[in-house]
Design a protein around this ligand. Structure first.
Ligand code: 13P
Ligand code: SF4
Length: 354
């Protein structure tokens, strides 16, 4: 959608007034009207790595969702203030694992006598509390671009992995990249007593997958892959690893948002692509690459935007930048020091992965 020229001008003016005092980060799923103001765009890994890239900036405006802003706060010093333009920009997947549920799960693993063998690996898409739990128990964070390396590392530390909160990324990485079978994975349901698992099932499992998923990527189906192959002969199907295992198995390639962009940059003219990830990114790529004669379609027309990513819109960004320019610190995201200490340990393990 075309941005309101008045708001564009106000955002530009406020950002100019702030100068080096502000550093704007934008995730690839952000709206066009917002992403145009980002100093750095990236996938979750790149944004975590680059959060501390401008130590002179007093404000880091994070155009993305809450867990990303928390991670940026954890990875930067106290003098840098992380701001989320709309505090309601959460992530339904991250909300599927609470600190209480995960503590209860650890009790279940302890009761079953397996906790000492378990290394937690938590997807970036989780709250700071879950990252702190991970750090306390010797585990690491991962993103969709380093999940394989994180699992390799974890299986050097222990015999089993508790992967949370995205069952699909966990299962896809275990089966596609680590040579495990579906039978090596069990699903821990936090809404059932003992996670719905017996002690024997926990003892036999290599991967204990938390029962969480992305409400956007979970909607792509094998039928949508079959339909697009029938409709567009020769199409390459490229999906995000948050998609279900059967969708990933039916696709030609799988990767993070940054991987998807690089694959399309490297693709030859005349190639055709169906992309299974968030719609803002797919539309932007379709427009960008149309000029190079690369045909890019959205894998499934019934899937829609990530509603929480979309909460960051131009009016919220203008309000944020103008407030900061006037000296009003709004919407600060600040993780408490005790949580930060252990969450940082887990994040730093990820950043140190080979
Ligand atoms: P990446 O950008 O790391 O691929 O993550 C996708 C996502 O769902 C972020 O919420
Ligand atoms: Fe969360 Fe999915 Fe939205 Fe990413 S796309 S922020 S995982 S709901």
């Amino acid at each position: 959608s075309p941005s309101d020229p008045d708001l564009v001008e106000r955002a530009r003016a406020a950002k100019e007034k702030l100068g080096d005092k502000v550093f704007v980060l934008g995730h690839h799923y952000q709206r066009d009207e917002v992403i145009q103001f980002a100093d750095v765009t990236g996938d979750s890994f790149k944004l975590a790595r680059d959060a501390a890239a401008r130590p002179e900036a007093e404000y880091i405006v994070f155009c993305g969702v809450h867990f990303m802003a928390e991670s940026a706060d954890i990875l930067t010093g106290d003098e840098q203030k992380v701001v989320l333009p709309d505090l309601a920009a959460g992530c339904s997947m991250a909300d599927m694992a609470t600190a209480e549920q995960v503590a209860e799960c650890w009790d279940v693993l302890t009761e079953a006598g397996v906790a000492e063998q378990v290394v937690p690996v938590s997807y970036m898409n989780s709250s700071a509390d879950i990252k702190a739990f991970t750090g306390r128990h010797g585990g690491t964070i991962c993103t969709s671009s380093n999940a394989k390396r994180a699992l390799e590392w974890a299986f050097e530390q222990g015999e089993k992995v508790l992967f949370l909160p995205d069952q699909h990324l966990g299962r896809n990485t275990a089966v596609r990249d680590m040579g495990m079978t579906l039978e090596d994975c069990v699903l821990y349901n936090p809404h059932k007593p003992n996670g719905g698992l017996t002690a024997e099932e926990l003892r036999d499992a290599k991967m204990i997958l938390w029962r969480g998923h992305c409400s956007v990527h979970g909607r792509f189906s094998v039928e949508s892959v079959e339909d697009v192959r029938a409709r567009i002969p020769g199409v390459n199907v490229l999906v995000h690893p948050e998609c279900k295992h059967e969708v990933v198995a039916a696709a030609d390639q799988v990767g993070s948002t940054e991987y998807i962009i690089k694959a399309l940059e490297a693709a030859p003219a005349g190639s055709k692509w169906a992309i299974g990830t968030e719609l803002n990114l797919v539309r932007r790529l379709a427009n960008r690459f149309a000029a190079e004669d690369k045909e890019i379609v959205f894998l499934d027309k019934t899937v829609c935007f990530c509603s929480t990513m979309n909460r960051i819109d131009l009016p919220h960004l203008v309000w944020t930048l103008e407030s900061l320019a006037e000296g009003n610190l709004v919407n600060r995201i600040q993780v408490d020091p005790e949580t930060e200490k252990f969450a940082k340990l887990a994040l730093e393990r990820m950043l140190a992965l080979p």
